[in-house]
Design a protein around this ligand. Structure first.
Ligand code: HEM
Length: 403
């Protein structure tokens, strides 16, 4: 990941010369055509099994387990999490986190990461003791800090520390699953809970991996794009005023319905086009795949970049310009070359929830708080690492006093 900025620049240069599909190395192909990438991905992940040979052997399980089974189990929980009640609860958690940090001058990109990630934790795993909650928090904090670091230090010590934290988080998840399965801990309305019912089929190893995959997922893209939204508010003050006017009319209990916030929804969609995290998705071909002109053997890698696809001048007018109004005339979707939530069948299952959370973040910062942007010698800008990271974005969040 250290090389991502240079790598991205190089990939962009080569795309301008060679087009959307080219070989990066003998075993890696860049696929920057959204339709071809979608067809490759559909074949590659048609029947993704989740292996756990030792666990299966020990438990005498013979049936293969597919990733689709696990994703399907999350479906009903995720639908409930985007309903009015759950979105209001998410909003209140975000509000409480902002209130804790209000009044002090801060790195606002870091603040957005914390608010987005920590407020999502209870939807993944709820009801933990303070000690266990702190362990999980530490794990996700390492996750988003790593992602936002522009020059990661891969020292042995930092790798060891991260691994130890991941292992501890895995133990917490395992203990929670076991406690719920044995009736010693309460069942909860979180995304860990459906895995308790699946334990006889999938076993503890896969269930723990599924929950830790969720923890990784919430520690990355939501806060990264949340930080970019703040950058866009700073850079495009006229848009902040449009958002303030719209969101002042929408109560927090109405945020689950995107139709209530058309302007903010366009703003969020455009931020996701400009700074879609992660900037590169590298996938290993699980089988031989032929989608002309791409031929992949099992084990080779295809690299998709939502970031570069979203800036393809053949698909987008003025691709480098932040213009939420473009969404008045354009429908989102893969066929339009828009893939901020990745490619089917692996598209982000938290897409709807993630979008609602970003709208909630805008609502909080436009109605309950105001941001006093700090003057800094160097103006805020976006740096490209594994994700787009706003740098020099400092300011103070203050509660709005209501009269
Ligand atoms: C705006 C916020 C978010 C963005 C931009 C985002 C983006 C993404 C992207 C680009 C992928 C990779 C898809 C692929 O491989 O093609 C992904 C995967 C995933 N996301 Fe999100 N995500 C967001 C929020 C969330 C939330 C809130 C959750 C949890 C509820 C979540 C859970 C996941 C999971 C579990 C995967 C792995 C899916 C799989 O491997 O099948 N994401 N996300």
């Amino acid at each position: 990941m250290t090389q991502t900025p240079d790598r991205l620049r190089e990939l962009r240069r080569r795309r301008a010369i060679e087009g959307n599909i080219f070989r990066i190395s003998p075993d890696t192909i860049a696929v920057f055509d959204a339709d071809i990438a979608a067809r490759i991905n559909a074949i590659n992940f048609r029947d993704q099994e989740v292996p756990d040979p030792i666990g299966d052997l020990l438990a005498g399980r013979r049936e293969p387990v597919s990733w689709k089974q696990i994703r399907a189990a999350w479906g009903p929980v995720l639908r409930r999490l985007t309903g009015a009640e759950a979105v209001t609860a998410l909003y209140e958690r975000m509000d409480a986190l902002l209130a804790q940090r209000a009044g002090a001058q801060l790195d606002l990109a870091q603040l957005a990461q914390e608010v987005c990630t920590y407020s999502l934790l209870p939807i993944v795993i709820d009801g933990l003791s303070d000690v266990d909650d702190a362990r999980i928090r530490r794990d996700v904090t390492f996750g988003f800090t790593d992602l936002a670091t522009l020059q990661p230090k891969h020292s042995r010590w930092s790798r060891l520390r991260t691994t130890a934290t991941e292992i501890r988080a895995g133990f917490v998840v395992r203990a929670e699953l076991r406690g719920r399965a044995r009736g010693r801990r309460d069942r909860r309305a979180d995304l860990t809970d459906p895995l308790v019912d699946l334990l006889p089929t999938v076993g503890y190893g896969r269930a723990v991996d599924a929950v830790t995959a969720l923890l990784t997922a919430i520690a990355g893209p939501p806060g990264a794009i949340g930080a970019c939204l703040l950058f866009a508010m700073h850079r495009h003050r006229e848009w902040t005023e449009h958002l303030q006017a719209e969101l002042a009319q929408v109560p927090q209990t109405g945020l689950h319905a995107p139709a209530a916030t058309p302007i903010t929804t366009r703003f969020v969609k455009e931020a996701l086009r400009m700074w879609s995290p992660p900037l590169l998705l590298a996938r290993t071909a699980r089988i031989s795949i032929s989608v002309p002109p791409v031929e992949l053997s099992a084990g080779q890698t295809y690299v998709v970049s939502p970031h570069l696809i979203h800036r393809d001048p053949a698909r987008w007018e003025r691709p480098e310009q932040f213009d939420p109004q473009r969404w008045l005339a354009r429908s989102p979707g893969l066929s339009a070359g828009y893939l901020p939530f990745g490619l089917p069948p692996k598209t982000c299952p938290g897409a709807a929830l993630g979008t609602v959370q970003l709208i909630a973040l805008c609502h909080l910062l436009c109605t309950r708080y105001r941001i006093d942007w700090a003057d800094s010698a160097r103006p805020p800008e976006i740096a490209l690492g594994a994700v787009a990271v706003p740098v020099n974005l400092f300011g103070t969040v203050r509660p709005v006093t209501r009269t």
